[in-house]
Structures are given as C-alpha cells and as structure tokens.
Design a protein around this ligand. Structure first.
Ligand code: C2E
Ligand code: MG
Ligand code: MG
Length: 602
C-alpha cells in the first residue's frame, strides 16, 4: 500500500448486518480508518436494480414492440416483440436509424422528435418489415426532453394491428364492393357519383350509363351459374378496360352495370364512350370451354340536362336502357323525355304481369297461313295478346321481354302451348281440316329444361298429332346458344313436332349455319321480304334464299304479305307459304273458324 494514497472499500459487515464504507488513510502515525454506514444506499441501489430488472422483464415479455432511440432517432434498444413485428433481429436494429423502418411514411421518429411534441397517443402508422411488406401499427411514444426542451430520447410502444386493419378493409370492401366482380356496388356508386356531380359536374357534363346484358338469364339458365358468374367477371373486366381509370364502373347486381364518366363534349363524348364499351363485346368470352358472345343494351342520361340528382339520372338512364332493349337490343339510346312515360307503363306492366295468368287476361289470336300454290289455308300462327284491365290490349313485343326477365315466361309459354293445342285440336275435329298450328317460343323457354315435357304434355292433353304442331324460334335466339338449342331441338324432333326459324333475315346467320339445326321451316322476316319496309328491293336475295332453303330441305314461309302483288311475286319465286295482312290479320278463334271455309278445300 503506498503512503498517502487513501483506500476505500465497502464491505458487508455480517455481525451488524450492515454495509459499511471503510476509508483508510495512511498517515505518519499509521492508518486512519473511518467507518461509514452505507446500508441505506446499498438497499436503494439494490431496489433500483431490482426495479430495472423487473422493467426489463416486462419489456421483454410484453406483446407490444418496444423501441428506444436517441435524439437523432438512432435505435438504442428494442424488445423481442418489436423484432417479431418488423422481422429484423435485435442486432440488425440496434445502432441503425429508425428511418429504416419508416422509409416513406409519416411515422418518422426524427420528425416526431423535432416537432417538439412530448407524447404520441394511439397514432396509426405503417412501417416496412424486413421482407418489404407493410405492417400497420398503433404507436404510443414518449419523447424525453432536457430542461431546455431538447429531445433526449424517444421511447415507443408499438402494437401490430395489421390483422385488424385487414379485417376492417375486408369488411369495408364487402360493404362497398360487389363480391363477384370486385367492382363498386350500389352504395359506393351512390357515394362516388354524388362526389363526381359535386366536383367535375360543376365544370362539364357527366354521362350516367346503364349497361344491361342482353339475354343473360338464358346463358345463366342454360350453362349454369358458375359459367354465368365467369361471364359477368369477364364483362366487368372488359368494361373497366374500356373507360378511363377515373371513370366509375359499378355493378348493381345481376347483369346490370353502371358507368359514370365526365364528358367534356357532352353527348358527343358519351357516344364515343358507348361505342367503345360495345367493343368490349366484340370478342367471344370463353366460359367452361365454350365461346359465348355477350351483348348489351346501354341507356344514357346526361347530367345536368336529363337530371340534376343521381336518383333522376339513374331512373332516366334505366328508362333509356329499356328503350334500347325494345329497339332490338345490342345498341344504345340517349334518354328522351317520352321514355319516362314508357318506363311508367313498363312498371305498371311489370307489377301486374304476375297476376295476369290467374286473372285470365291473356288471349290467343290466330293468323292464317296460306299455301301460296293452292291458295288454301295450311295452318295458323298463335299470337298472344294481354288484355290489361287498365291499359287495354298489350302487344307481346311489350310484355314478352318483361315476362322473360321476371321469370314468368315458362308459365306463360305453357299456357300458350296448351291453349293453342286445345284450340286447334277442336278446330281440326270440327272442320275436318288437318291445319297446323305454330307457336312462338322465347329463347328463355328453349333454355329451360321443362320445355320438352311441356310440349309433350300439351300434345297429349289436346290429343293433337305432333306433326300438326310447329314451334318457332327466332334466328337470333337460335344462334345465341347453339349447343343448348341443338340439343333441345333434337329432343323436340323426337316428339315428332315441326321446327321453324322465325324472323329469318333479321339476324346475322347464314343458311349454312342453320343447317346445324334439325329445322323444317324457314320464315322470312317481313322486313326482308317487304321492299316497303326494308327500303331496298331485295327480290334477288329473297329468291336466292328460297332456293338455298329448298336445297336444305326447308319449307319457306314469307311473313308480312300485305298485297296481292307480293303474294304473286313470292309464289313465283317458289315460296311455299305466306302469312300477312293481305290474307288476314291475327284474329280470334271464332273469326278464324268463320274464315276457314273461304280458304279451305276440305
Ligand atoms: P312473329 O312471330 O314474327 O309474328 C308475326 C308478327 O307480325 C305478328 O305481330 C303479326 O301480327 C305481325 N304481322 C303479320 N302479318 C303482318 C303484315 O302483313 N304486316 C305487318 N305490319 N305485320 C304483320 P305480333 O302479334 O305483334 O307479334 C309480335 C311478335 O311477338 C311475334 O313475332 C313473336 O315473336 C312474339 N310473340 C307473339 N306471340 C307470342 C307468344 O305466344 N310467345 C312468344 N314467346 N312470343 C310471341
Ligand atoms: Mg312467329
Ligand atoms: Mg316473325
């Protein structure tokens, strides 16, 4: 021990159960030793150590992430929970700057520190994990400052709320988006359109377009729901591709879509958009290894002239869409004021159609068909009418589409089949003439599996020979779903009935195409045979069609013969039968019965 150098040490003094500080000072006389009781300090220090350990244990065990940084946001300390949240190890984090966790988001430690705040409570933020994914976090932080207000350290507790956020997002998506196509649903459409009207609508016109797929229910019924859903998803995708990213594309449900788009040049721009949308249907859509062509009708209402509110715009776009459907589908129509009245009538029809059958409001009229060579009656076409209690007599053109849409067509079709078979069976028995009766089928009936059974039952019930029943299906309905039509037609053929293609010449198919179906009769459309309607003299074309139809073993019926001249010309062209106002309009069964002897040789 060197002279003059004091010696300090502390010792636990067992007999006194106390800590003593012993200071020994060597001096000339030897050693001066002082004893000082430091038990209290020792106990304090032990308590502090114990408390620190306890805190450390808590930090280590807490499920919240713990992060301690210095005033420059350099990481000083972390706990395992934080490592778990961010995917880095403790070593990878300590000593680095907190910016590595917040490369581009508002939760920046350095910023917090500089902002002069002292604490942050339950702030939501996003941080980057090591694997590059985002973690949503809830941050509680405390900034320790010195007496002059300078930040010294930032202590943060971080809770990972990624799962909660994802659930919230999913719930929000469910509430605002269509689960099938992922497009905004009606609720979100309402919100977005309102916003669009309040912003862009102040500067330029906005088009609201109702897009409704034509005959989608037939696809759904004939192919099944899964392919139907696939088709809707593809349509949704294509529609979205055809508009600007800022335009709204939403699905209202079923096969109804809505598009809302600012149109700087008013209806001109809207026309361009509509034409572009139709291009979405140019290519066939493959569903379940089958190619299907989707077609749509579009109704357009312009803001502000066709409506100031979104409700008015929806209503008018819907009315315009129905008008597009009535005009032959696969087209677009701008709203016109008179369409509101038509929409009102349609709504009345829609709401009363389901009771029309039970109230016995339907009647069948019959239009005679004449053998052009012998000028005798060969049969009659059954044409339905609806005697509406308020609106009077309604044309099938007005209510059949509604019946198809609302799912009443099977029941109405069954009634038509049964009534037509019974009426003609009675007539045949009474007059002794083997007249054929033809019944129109809607495409939806063909897609339904009950049709063949309905036809079979109607024949048996009426005791009518199958070869005296003819079933007509329009050309467009026939080619819409070739596979289903072919198989149903084959089944019907087995029953022995005759099959006709109606309104031939209005669709796009050729005779070769029709050769695929087991057809017996081809009915040339009125617009095709009547030069007054078609506006051009298509005599040579009609003649060619008649010859080709004969080559395919099809008998030809000309529709809409209005004059003697037309009747003669068609007969000279080799047309087999004719039907039209020249011979008779559609008439009641009693009127037909009275007329038959004039045209009958039986
Ligand atoms: P369609 O089968 O082509 O029937 C011929 C339509 O042309 C009938 O119209 C008939 O009245 C009309 N017509 C006949 N001759 C002439 C003529 O010389 N000149 C003119 N301008 N028109 C003529 P209608 O009865 O209004 O029927 C329209 C369409 O409604 C039918 O066209 C048919 O597709 C459909 N339809 C009629 N009855 C039924 C039915 O019971 N079920 C189904 N699914 N559809 C039906
Ligand atoms: Mg017909
Ligand atoms: Mg026709």
């Amino acid at each position: 021990m060197e002279t003059g150098t004091p010696v300090f040490f502390e010792e636990y003094w067992e007999p006194a159960q106390a800590w003593v500080e012993i200071r020994a000072y060597p001096n000339e006389d030897g050693l001066s030793v002082y004893f000082h009781d430091v038990t209290a300090r020792h106990l304090n220090e032990a308590a502090i150590r114990e408390s620190e350990q306890r805190l450390r244990d808590v930090i280590e065990m807490t499920p919240a992430g713990y992060l301690l940084t210095d005033s420059q946001a350099n990481i000083l300390d972390v706990n395992p929970a934080l490592c778990e949240i961010v995917g880095y190890t403790e070593e990878e984090l300590t000593g680095k700057n907190m910016a590595m966790l917040t490369p581009s988001c508002p939760f920046d430690g350095a910023l917090l520190i500089q902002n002069g705040v002292s604490a942050v409570h339950a702030k939501e933020a996003v941080i980057k994990r090591k694997d590059g994914t985002d973690a949503h976090i809830l941050l509680n932080a405390n900034i320790k400052r010195d007496g002059e207000g300078n930040a010294v350290a930032l202590t943060s507790f971080i809770t990972d709320i990624t799962v909660r956020k994802q659930t919230e997002r999913r719930l929000e998506l469910l509430a605002t988006h269509d689960t099938l196509t992922g497009l905004p649903n009606r609720a979100l459409l309402n919100e977005r359109l309102q916003h669009l009207l309040e912003t862009d609508g102040q500067r330029e016109p906005i088009a609201v377009m109702f897009v409704d797929l034509d005959r989608f229910k037939e696809v759904n019924d004939s192919l099944g729901h899964v392919p139907g859903d696939e088709l809707l998803c593809e349509v949704a995708k294509r529609l979205k591709d055809k508009v600007r990213p800022t335009d709204i594309v939403a699905r209202l449900g079923g096969d109804e879509f809505v598009i809302a788009a600012p149109c700087s040049k008013g209806p001109y721009s809207a026309t361009r958009i509509a034409e572009n949308l139709f291009k979405a249907f140019n290519d066939p859509i493959e569903v379940c290894n089958q190619e299907v062509f989707a077609r749509a009708s579009i109704g357009i209402a312009m803001y502000p002239q066709d409506g100031n509110t979104k409700e008015a715009l929806f209503q008018n776009a819907d009315a315009a869409m129905y008008s597009a459907k009535a005009a032959g589908r696969n087209g677009y129509r701008f709203f016109q004021p008179e369409m509101s009245e038509q929409a009102r009538v349609r709504m009345t029809l829609e709401s009363s159609l389901h009771r029309a059958l039970e109230r016995d409001e339907f009647v069948l009229l019959y239009q005679p068909r004449i053998d052009l060579k012998t000028m005798t009656i060969s049969g009659m076409e059954a044409l339905i009418r609806w005697n509406h209690p308020q609106l009077g007599r309604i044309s099938p053109l007005d209510f059949i589409p509604i019946a198809e849409e609302r799912g009443f067509i099977d029941a109405i079709g069954k009634w038509v089949l049964e009534t037509a078979c019974l009426d003609s069976s009675r007539l045949i028995k009474k007059l002794g003439c083997p007249l054929r009766v033809s019944v129109n089928l809607s495409a939806r009936q063909v897609a339904s599996h009950v049709l063949v059974e309905q036809v079979d039952r109607a024949l048996k019930q009426a005791d009518l020979k199958p070869e005296l029943l003819e079933l007509e299906l329009t050309e467009s309905a026939l080619i819409e779903n070739v596979q289903v039509s072919t198989s149903v037609f084959n089944e019907l053929k087995k029953l022995g009935v005759l099959l006709a293609v109606d309104d031939f010449g209005t669709g796009y198919s050729g005779l070769g195409y029709l050769g695929r179906f087991p057809l017996d009769i081809l009915k040339l459309d009125r617009s095709f045979v009547n030069p007054d309607v078609s506006g051009n003299n298509s005599e040579r074309v009609v003649k060619a069609f008649i010859e080709m139809a004969h080559a395919l073993d099809l008998s030809v019926v000309a529709e809409g013969i209005e004059t003697e001249a037309m009747s003669t010309t068609l007969r000279d062209m080799g047309c087999d039968e004719g039907q039209g106002y020249y011979f008779a309009r559609p008439i009641t069964l009693q009127e037909l019965e009275a007329l038959i002897p004039k045209f009958c040789t039986c």
